[in-house]
Design a protein around this ligand. Sequence first.
Ligand code: ACO
Length: 327
Amino acid sequence: MNRARVVGTGAAVPKKVLSNADLEKLVETSDEWITTRTGIKERRIVSEGEKFSDLCTKASEIALKRSHVKPEDLDMILVGTISSDMLFPATSCLVQHNLGATKAAASDVSAACVGFLYGLHLADGLIQSNKAENVLVVGGEILSRFVDWTDRSTCVLFGDGAGAVVLQATKGDHGILGSRMKSNGAYADFICMPGGGSNRPANDPTQVEEKLPYIKMKGNETFKVAVKAMADVTSELLNEQGFTHEQIDLFIPHQANERIINAVGEKLKIAPSKVYKNIERYGNTSAASIPIALDECAREGRIRVGNLVLLTAFGAGLVWGSVLLRW
Ligand code: ACO
């Protein structure tokens, strides 16, 4: 059986740092509130003219270089995002062109903060079924362009960035061991952007007045569902694959809120030292959070060959899921 193994990682974040102190000047908030409620200290935000597809391309180039896979050997490019350059064409097509990935198919995956994990899940299926040998999976977001900078309940949360991995077919025991993805559209209004789509297109002049093309979130309701959903799907995956929490070497949950990360880790009984966090520096980068964390862990030697790595995420849809891999 073919397995999809990560053979290279990369990440790219904008240079501009937006600190909690900067936000104190924009809305009625405080460093103390943001830190204790979310764990975030600062986030990276794009400057005018910076493009999402360029961030994705940069992260992908680094991942390709580390993997020694040539762009022209890629069979598929999947970009998990809800903030693509344009409604269409897909950002993955722009990345395909930028990289010179001449034979790759390309498609975006819309699963909000779970976009990267959905991408891994789909790429794994392609590799296992011999439909692809080399797949580039990117998770990225520029949510700062859709944030209402007068809404203190959301503007303090999000940051921009992109991360990428190259997956390659192998015959060994290393690679994705299993994955489970879930959805429940009954909670679609928990996190959404009501404007800019075909219901209320961007050419509708009342859009901005009514504050439609902005992120709306029922944070507290989302929080409660998120913890249980991520813990449940992760437990199901571990049981299915025949592993226990003690065997996990590194747990990387989506970086949406430090309290959510801690609660999920506790529910799963994973030792705090094995739970990776970088939310303090990046905020919630949605689909980018897990690949950015994976790249940091790989570069800093926090993941070693043979380690069991567990990933989980939750986001707008609602969607959630979990992926288990042996590095
Ligand atoms: N500064 C100061 N006070 C604030 C701020 C702020 N930035 N934001 C909200 N408050 C106030 C509220 O007005 C409220 O005041 P009140 O009690 O007088 O009404 C109080 O703080 C508590 O508000 P809550 O919303 O109940 O705060 P909570 O503890 O739930 O934290 C948060 C809010 C951080 C948003 C949290 O609910 C959360 O992280 N939710 C989950 C987010 C998530 O996981 N999203 C999924 C991924 S996102 C995606 O898919 C794109």
